[in-house]
Unconditional design. Structure first.
Lengths: 262, 289
């Protein structure tokens, strides 16, 4: 039993390490003082400040739109990629597709960002599209890297799925399209939801790829936060972090309740 | 038959255009010269003649061979060093955590696993930012240590390599814990019992049974931390000092500050060479799993 307490102590310290910074963000968001690290009394004034900050609010709106669009795109293309990899049988390009759906998971963001930017610039020169960079180009970039994560989630669901269901439908005369929409899609739907949320979070969180592929007038929330934070700590950013945490916690709570009721 | 090809073609085309093609663009632009133009580089073919060269690659070589200065090679080696040290630290911290979770009784196991994943759903940028407030000269860590009487003078932690290690370990710890957990949870308790029945001490059992069996998990976790750490930009930019040169940061500066797209491309290709081995290895082990 002696080893057991040692194990739990190290694990406890590990969890402290994971959560202490998050706790400090929350605590100092209610700090009266502007010096984020010295306690100057309880106050909610930074939340008021945050809600009056047009720059942050505007950027948050842009980020939410980009995240919703790219998560939807990533679910469509990621599900198709997963389906093609596991259900349509062998074809010459399968190893290539498999490589292209796993490589973005581990590609450094600076390379993804730079390479997409160079592509957009060359495409604009050769085809006239996309005309300039902005929301549209960020959405394409985010769709591309989030697609890989969706493909992983959907693939693991497809592997677990009993394919005799699909076979039975086929034997009863349903065409492949009908089988997909009536059988496969409902079964893998939870994975699509999980994949969408994952892609949404990834997009909302991304600074590097968005910075490379953005243009004037399309600053996302991480871009605005980064430029603020570079100048030093700001209690307003702490307030924003606390709000994000609250939304995430609420979302998880709701998801838990919905799942329990099933 | 044609419908099948349509289904195959859609993801292939999207990824071909927006994932594969961009790399060819990076390779192409790494061979041309910067220019004061829009876009700021020369063409690879001028009047139908191939006009590319390896000048950008020569530039990023160390001074000893052709290079201008040792900036790029320093950043390259620094990235490897920082990524290696951070990976080892993450392993040392993550292993006992993964082990404890794998050994925990059922309701706890799910809760602890959930607590490991939870921070991932909150903003990465803001979690890195939290460390600025903790590590500053008059930050929380220094205040606690002074209050506890451990130190008299605040330690300089922010804008050092130490802060970068902390940031990387903090950010990527879940990526270390999850594959380790997945491996350790499958570990057969009977093997451990057999080992201790045969007279091995618990340390010997750990070193000769548990550790070797968890090697695949260790390797997967290390790759998942090492690969993103190599190309990291945000953590060295926010927590590192001006001399914490990492290759991702150098690439960023070449592009955003110097507007030298061809050199940025050459740096990207050099970075890819560094991680292509670990990536291929990871991909193979993922396919086997």
């Amino acid at each position: 039993m002696r080893r057991s307490w040692f194990l739990w102590l190290t694990a406890g310290l590990g969890f402290l390490f994971l959560y202490a910074p998050i706790a400090s963000l929350v605590v100092f968001s209610f700090n009266e003082s502007k010096l984020v690290t010295v306690w100057g009394g309880f106050s909610t004034k930074w939340y008021g400040e945050l809600l009056r900050d047009e720059q942050i609010l505007g950027a948050a709106w842009i980020s939410l739109k980009i995240a919703a669009l790219s998560a939807t795109g990533a679910v469509v293309f990621g599900t198709l990629a997963a389906y093609v990899l596991l259900r349509v049988g062998a074809f010459w390009g399968r190893p290539v597709l498999r490589g292209m759906t796993t490589a973005p998971l581990v590609m450094p963001e600076v390379i993804t960002g730079l390479s997409l930017l160079l592509l957009f610039v060359s495409m604009e020169r050769a085809l006239g599209w996309p005309a300039g960079r902005g929301m549209m180009t960020i959405v394409i970039a985010h769709t591309t890297f989030a697609l890989a994560y969706v493909a992983v989630v959907v693939q693991s669901r497809l592997v677990d799925m009993d394919d005799s269901l699909e076979e039975a439908a086929q034997d009863l005369g349903a065409g492949p399209v009908r089988v997909f929409f009536d059988i496969t899609l409902p079964v893998i739907a939870p994975a699509l939801v999980a994949g969408w949320l994952l892609a949404f979070t990834l997009s909302l969180d991304d600074l590097v790829v968005a910075s490379f592929t953005s243009g004037p007038g399309a600053s996302t929330l991480p871009m605005v936060i980064f430029s603020k934070v570079r100048l030093g700590v700001s209690p307003e950013v702490n307030a924003l972090a606390t709000l994000i945490l609250a939304v995430v916690a609420l979302g998880i709570l709701l998801a838990g309740l919905v799942l329990r009721r099933r | 038959m044609s419908r099948r090809w349509l289904v195959i073609a859609i993801p292939m085309l999207w990824l071909g255009v927006f994932f594969l093609l961009p790399f060819l663009e990076v390779a192409r632009i790494s061979l041309v010269d910067p220019a004061i133009a829009r876009p700021p580089y020369t063409d690879l073919f001028q009047d139908g003649v191939f006009a590319g060269d390896f000048e950008n690659y020569k530039l990023i070589l160390p001074k000893y061979f052709y290079g201008q200065d040792n900036l790029y090679i320093t950043a390259y080696l620094n990235s490897i060093r920082i990524a290696l040290i951070s990976t080892l630290l993450a392993l040392v911290i993550g292993y006992p955590m993964a082990y404890a979770i794998a050994r925990a009784p059922e309701p706890w196991r799910t809760v602890l696993l959930f607590l490991v994943i939870l921070p991932f759903w909150t903003s990465f940028l803001l979690r890195v930012y939290a460390w600025i407030g903790l590590l500053k000269g008059n930050g929380v860590v220094n205040n606690v240590l002074i209050w506890a009487g451990v130190i008299d003078q605040p330690l300089v932690m922010l804008q050092t390599d130490f802060a970068v290690y902390v940031g990387i370990v903090y950010t990527y710890l879940p990526f270390m814990i999850l594959p380790l957990y997945a491996n350790l949870v499958k570990l057969d308790g009977a093997l451990l019992e057999a080992s201790s029945d045969l007279g091995a001490s618990s340390a010997a059992t750990f070193l000769r049974v548990t550790l070797p069996l968890s090697l695949p998990g260790i390797l997967a976790g290390c790759m998942l931390v090492f690969i993103p750490a190599i190309g990291e930009f945000v953590i060295p930019a926010l927590l590192g000092g001006p001399d914490t040169l990492m290759i991702g940061r150098v690439l960023w500066d070449e592009y955003f500050r110097n507007r030298d797209w061809p050199v940025a491309s050459a740096v990207a290709i050099a970075m890819l060479l560094l991680i292509v081995g670990p990536i291929l290895w990871l991909q193979r082990s993922m396919e086997r799993a």
